[in-house]
Design a binder for this molecule. Structure first.
Ligand code: URA
Length: 171
């Protein structure tokens, strides 16, 4: 199983299935335990993620990590990834053909990790494959939550609800 993800990561690093690799420094497969009960899915890497090859390490990522921690959720315990694995020019939303080209990677990650809960970060994660037996939660994207007060409060409530659901599944 670990090999399956390592192999997938290599495929993502060398991916040429859409145009996005051309301006990217790194493919960003995602990170977290192979047996994570929770998977978080964002849109696609930004500049900091492209630079480091790691998901959600920029401002939005730091905010996400902080709100998770406020609710007793360790970032290292969840699998964090994106629906599209390369940065897009000027951080534009990935086009639908780019999402379609990249989706098989997320599909494999879900099938290997088999999380119990998948958290969709923002509307761009809506095309995440839906599998029977997995709970899906749609929440506000952390970069929007960071910027707007009302969204920040709502986001905090949503992550508190995630913590409750996590407690419920581990009991
Ligand atoms: N925003 C995303 O959607 N994903 C990242 O990895 C970073 C910022």
């Amino acid at each position: 199983m670990i090999l399956a993800l390592e192999d997938l990561n290599c495929q993502i690093y060398g991916c040429r299935k859409c145009r996005l690799w051309q301006e990217a420094k790194h493919g960003v497969p995602g990170e977290g335990p192979i047996n994570a009960e929770v998977m978080l899915v964002g849109q696609n890497p930004g500049a900091d993620e492209d630079e480091t090859g790691r998901p959600f390490v920029g401002r939005a990522g730091k905010f996400l990590t902080k709100v998770l921690a406020e609710n007793g959720i360790k970032r290292e315990d969840v699998f964090i990834t994106n629906i599209v694995k390369h940065i897009s020019p000027q951080n534009r939303k990935p086009y639908s053909d780019e999402v379609a080209a990249c989706l098989p990677y997320l599909n494999t990650q879900i099938n290997v990790i088999k999380p119990k809960i998948i958290v969709l970060l923002g509307a761009s994660a809506k095309d995440t494959p839906r599998l029977e037996g997995i709970e899906y939660m749609q929440v506000i994207h952390p970069s929007a939550a960071m910027r707007f007060n009302n969204m920040r409060d709502k986001f905090r409530e949503q992550i508190a609800e995630l913590a409750e659901r996590m407690a419920a599944i581990s009991n």
